[in-house]
Design a protein around this ligand. Structure first.
Ligand SMILES: [Zn+2]
Ligand SMILES: [Zn+2]
Length: 387
């Protein structure tokens, strides 16, 4: 007998029937009943409006509440905002904030580790999208040890302890009430109930599946997370997932003003209204450092294909030295600022001078990125010709 046939196959974990039936029945109803009712009786614009508004409130409660507030603590929120997130988060039918955030923290900590990341993208599209919730996988075991802070949040615990009645009230009660008010209960249940849930579910799930498969990696290639504009559009800004995985403490996912990130806009608006504070961002210099590091990696790979490799290499190495010098100076300035602040020696003019120098370094890294980009386009030519 050969050794391979003796190796026991790992047993398939038991199916979680409630979740499986819930996902299957809502998806089937959205695919069959929703269009069928539309063809037979038609929908009123008020039902579509309820679908869009209710969908946006649930989606934003997941992104701004479950994700950026509770999972990553990227800002602090007034109790009224937290209560709102707890109610509309329950409406999104993605489990309680405590379960969701604890699992999500494990995803970040062990990203792509098939044994410990609950929705590791290395286990394929289906698994990371929805499969991980359909069976009782060991990687998906609940363990709230990483969520002690959330266990101290009364609103999080209220939602966790009363999750079933809350989610029933939000998913059945509210559409029923809206349907009764607008005169068509079934249509409202189908659009603001079923279709909304299915759209909310799968757009959120895309972040665990597609946003780890499809898109660009401008900040890091040490995990599978990608930046993807289409996904950002569909998920209230969560599609900038490559940025998010390296800088998870930033309340923004799309950092440029033109990046589609309604969650960031909501948090900023809440802070203007006094409902959110202590919004955390990552220093621009760290972002530039990550981008330039990736650019050097790409340049190295591209250099290998160049027929004028050696002459270009000298130029790239010169740029790399300049990059290291800028980072060393930045480190020095940070140490100086920290030391002076600790000893309360920092004169205001001195502090301003350090800030200005850091800004200059930031700008120099930005210019370096541009130079490297131009160089990479010209690797196929002889540098002497380009000059
Ligand atoms: Zn996250
Ligand atoms: Zn991820």
């Amino acid at each position: 007998m050969n050794a391979v046939s003796e190796t026991p196959r790992p047993a398939t974990p038991p199916r979680l029937w409630v979740t499986t039936i819930l996902f299957a029945s809502t998806a089937l109803a959205a695919l069959i009943l929703v269009p069928l009712y539309g063809v037979l009786y038609g929908y009123h614009w008020s039902q579509w409006l309820a679908f869009a508004v209710y969908g946006a409130l649930c989606g934003l409660s997941i992104t701004a509440g479950y994700h950026r507030l509770w999972s990553h603590r990227t800002y602090e929120a007034h109790w009224s905002l937290r209560l709102f997130f707890a109610l509309f988060g329950a409406a999104a039918l993605q489990n309680s904030a405590l379960v969701w955030c604890s699992g999500h923290r494990r995803h970040h900590r062990h990203v792509d580790d098939n044994e410990r990341d609950p929705y590791s993208a290395n286990r394929g599209f289906w698994f990371s999208h929805i499969g991980w919730m359909l069976r009782d996988y060991p990687s998906g075991q609940e363990d709230f040890d990483n969520a002690k802070d959330l266990q101290r949040d009364k609103i999080v615990m209220f939602q966790h302890n009363h999750y079933v009645p809350l989610t029933l009230a939000m998913n059945l009660g509210l559409p029923l009430l809206l349907g009764w008010l607008t005169g068509d209960i079934v249509a409202m249940l189908l659009l603001a109930g079923v279709l909304r849930i299915v759209v909310n579910h799968h757009t959120t799930f895309f972040i665990n599946s597609l946003a780890h498969i499809w898109g660009r990696r401008p900040y890091t290639d040490e995990n599978t997370a990608r930046d993807n504009d289409l996904l950002a559009f569909l998920t209230f800004g969560e599609g900038y997932h490559n940025y998010h995985h390296i800088f998870q403490t930033d309340y923004r996912n799309g950092i440029r003003w033109y990046h589609w990130d309604p969650t960031k806009w909501l948090i900023r608006t809440a802070s203007w209204l006094g409902l959110a504070h202590n919004l955390k961002t990552v220093p621009a210099m760290r972002i530039q450092r990550a981008m330039l590091t990736m650019q050097f990696k790409r340049a190295e790979r591209k250099l290998e294909e160049s027929s004028h490799r050696d002459s270009w290499r000298q130029l790239v190495e010169k740029e790399a030295q300049q990059f290291s010098a800028a980072l060393a100076e930045w480190k020095e300035l940070q140490a100086q600022r920290y030391e002076n602040a600790r000893e309360r020696l920092l004169a205001r003019w001195e502090s301003a001078a350090i800030r200005t120098r850091v800004k200059e370094l930031e700008y120099s890294l930005k210019m370096q990125r541009k130079r490297l980009n131009i160089m990479m386009e010209q690797f196929h030519l002889c540098p002497a010709q380009v000059a």
